[in-house]
Design a protein around this ligand. Structure first.
Ligand SMILES: [Zn+2]
Length: 306
């Protein structure tokens, strides 16, 4: 059975928040686990609004150290302390974040109630996190300062058990795991029961690529190829392409061009410049090259289904 794999948008504005839009933060929920991608100002309030339990976040991934992607972190950490968090928290970011947070702690005389482990992301793509079900890799973006995207990939799921097959051959509990992994079953009489009689094909592993601030580049095309859902920044429309180049950001058309080349199933657009009030042109522009393009706004949740 498919586990829940949901992206919740907490903020989607570029550079400065507006009266309608917070800056970048997203939650990836996979089954019972919550992963926070970027943590802009107001993230903890957005988490509360979207009823996402703060204390259940154990891993935070920060794309880069521009304020619109991490300035909510000190506030969130202070709140976690005040709430009496005990569990270790892991934070992954380009180098420098630990010093920033340490200054907050030392100047306020705070000794946090929980341990924070900072992981400096190394240049080039690397595996940052993995568990039984998922892995999370960094993707190198092209921006004014060191910046990373993140690819969240489901590991190959176990095969689905056919109840009738299990009952028919009275399969013992201790053999179930190997059967779920695709092995045949040997009965007490020496008969080989092929795995296909006992299980059905699992769904294809799903993946989500989060491409935070970046100029248009095909340098990470291979890493995002075949993703089910790609989030790609679209700070500008093509009419402002010159500013996009100057500020190392992308246009909606460029995001869609990359989505098409990568053969993803769905493109989510975000990180809109505060100059745009109406976002419908982003979708129009992107759909001219990649029809499965969607603008996302805070409060939206996108389920990734196989
Ligand atoms: Zn940004």
């Amino acid at each position: 059975m498919e586990r829940e794999f949901r992206i919740s948008i907490l903020g989607c504005s570029a550079a400065t928040p507006t009266s309608l839009r917070h800056t970048t933060a997203q939650i990836v929920k996979y089954h019972n686990a919550y992963f926070l991608l970027d943590c802009a100002e107001g993230t903890q309030m957005q988490l509360r609004r979207m009823k996402i339990p703060l204390m259940r976040i154990n891993h935070i991934f920060i794309s880069h150290l521009h304020g619109d992607h991490y300035l909510g972190l000190p506030g969130l950490l202070f709140s976690l302390h005040l709430l009496g968090r005990k569990k270790e928290l892991h934070i992954y970011s380009p180098p420098g974040l630990q010093q920033i947070i340490d200054v907050h702690y030392t100047t306020s005389g705070l000794k946090p109630s929980f341990k924070t482990t900072f992981h400096d992301i190394q240049q080039g793509g690397e595996r940052l996190y993995h568990d039984k079900y998922l892995c999370i890799d960094s993707i190198e973006m092209v921006h004014r300062i060191t910046c990373y995207g993140f690819k969240v990939s489901e590991k190959a799921p176990e095969r689905n058990i056919k109840k009738e097959g299990i009952l028919k051959y009275t399969i013992p509990v201790q053999s179930m795991q190997s059967i779920k992994m695709g092995e045949d079953f040997l009965t007490a009489d020496g008969e080989i029961i092929p795995n296909c009689e006992l299980t059905t094909e699992p769904h294809k592993p799903r993946s989500y690529a989060f491409c935070s601030d970046t100029a248009y580049t095909e340098s990470f095309l291979q890493q995002i190829t075949g993703a089910d859902v790609l989030y790609h920044e679209a700070t500008f429309l093509e009419e402002h392409a010159a500013i996009a180049r100057e500020k190392t950001h992308s246009t909606a058309l460029e995001a869609a061009t990359l989505a098409k080349k990568a053969g993803v199933r769905k493109l989510l657009l975000g990180h809109y410049s505060a100059r745009y009030k109406d976002l419908s042109d982003f979708e129009k522009e992107a759909r001219s090259v990649f029809p499965e393009s969607y603008i996302v706004q805070e409060g939206d949740a996108v389920d990734i289904q196989g």
